[in-house]
Design a protein around this ligand. Structure first.
Ligand SMILES: *Cc1c(COP(=O)(O)O)cnc(C)c1O
Length: 376
């Protein structure tokens, strides 16, 4: 055999796999880097999940329910308590994390000759779904305060005619939520050309939004081309289970059924998610604490003189640092792992427990004082 091995697609050669550095708890006891909920399930909830998985275990010789009917019913019921109304099981689709849901959307609605569009800075996985489905990737830009310039956004949609517009709200890594007018305007723009585009509002952090920030779920009855995705990985404290989902016109789920792998949601995943949904009030019980801790973190960082983006999520983007990598490394050296992401000069910290945030504050003071002394 001649040439390079393995015979990887040209555009994938030399690319590093996506992923935040994963350190052990020994290396970094305070882990504030991937926006997890720091509060795990209670022994009671964990026991119930274990029992449900135990019941599923004796049926593992069989393929699972390919249509995950019970789970779609439970997810629809949950969405109707979380910003939605009138959402039916036929409007719900789920997969192994909302990342898989969005990849499936690109598999069904993207592809060669088609465009996927978002506004940077934004979630770094989006261009990867586009690349992997051979969809052209177009990134517009956010304003200085990370909000969307609506007229410019609309213009770009009308000009590039994307098949899929990806709009995280709140946005990662900035924490910026989108007003409903923005979602409506872009749904109308994406519906104004043939054959039209989908507007996917990625509400991975939707449950953390501040009071008065509505969910895009409210707009589903008005826009057939609107898709709202959610995940159990963040507020729901279930990142390890891998369950993401969407609500949209039932025709969207039917289209995804064409491209999804058979039995993509394992019996173990379905049992876990169903049991966890029965504990929704408990698992989501710390969301208010986390929002308060988030707001306190924003205030504290501003008091120290940092630039801080307003956040509707469970993380805070702050800066700016001449050498952000040195600050990130200094924090790691003090046992605090945050994320080096976002525009140059900024860092992102996930909101943890009060003790974890105290450790973060102390480590950040130590690091920035050391840096200033070196400069002096
Ligand atoms: C964390 C995150 C997700 C959710 O990922 P899962 O695959 O559901 O774990 C989706 N979108 C954004 C912007 C995220 O930050």
């Amino acid at each position: 055999m001649s040439g390079r091995f393995p015979p990887l697609r040209e555009e994938l050669q030399g690319i590093e796999p996506y992923g935040a550095p994963q350190l052990t708890l020994e290396q970094a006891p305070v882990q504030l880097n991937v926006n997890e909920n720091p509060y795990g399930p209670s022994p009671e909830a964990a026991g119930d999940i274990a029992r449900a998985v135990g019941e599923a275990a004796v049926t593992l010789n069989r393929y699972p329910d390919r249509e995950f009917v019970e789970l779609r019913e439970a997810l629809a019921a949950y969405l109707n308590t979380s910003g939605g109304s009138g959402i039916t099981p036929a409007m719900v689709w789920a997969a192994n994390g909302s990342n898989e849901v969005m990849l499936q959307l690109l598999q069904a609605f993207g592809g060669p000759g088609r465009v996927a569009l978002s506004f940077a800075p934004t979630y770094s996985m989006y261009p990867e779904y586009a690349r992997d489905t051979m969809t052209e990737w177009v990134a517009g830009h956010r304003a200085e305060d990370f909000s969307l310039d609506l007229d410019a956004a609309r213009e770009l949609v009308l000009e590039r005619k994307p098949s899929v517009v990806l709009l995280p709200s709140p946005n990662n890594p900035t924490g910026t939520a989108l007003p409903p007018e923005a979602v409506s305007m872009l749904c109308e723009a994406a519906g104004s050309y043939e054959p039209g585009g989908l507007v996917v509002v990625d509400e991975a952090y939707g449950e953390f939004r501040r009071a008065g920030t509505p969910s895009a779920l409210e707009l589903l009855p008005e826009h057939r081309n609107l898709v709202v995705t959610r995940t159990m990985s963040k507020a729901f404290a279930l990142a390890g289970a891998r369950l993401g989902y969407l609500a949209a016109d039932p025709a969207i789920g039917d289209a995804i059924r064409v491209v999804r792998l058979p039995y993509h949601l394992s019996a173990v995943t379905q049992a876990t998610a169903l049991a966890a949904l029965r504990y929704a009030p408990e698992l989501l019980g710390r969301v208010d604490d986390l929002r308060a801790e988030r707001d306190a973190t924003v205030v504290w960082l501003r008091e120290q003189g940092f630039e801080v983006a307003d956040s509707d999520a469970n993380f805070v983007l702050f800066g700016r640092f001449g050498d952000r990598h040195a600050v990130w490394q200094g924090l790691v050296d003090r046992g605090v792992l945050i994320r080096e992401t976002g525009p140059e000069g900024w860092l992102r910290v996930s909101v943890g427990t009060p003790d974890e945030m105290a450790a973060f504050r102390k480590a950040l003071m130590d690091v920035t004082i050391d840096a200033n002394e070196e400069q002096a």
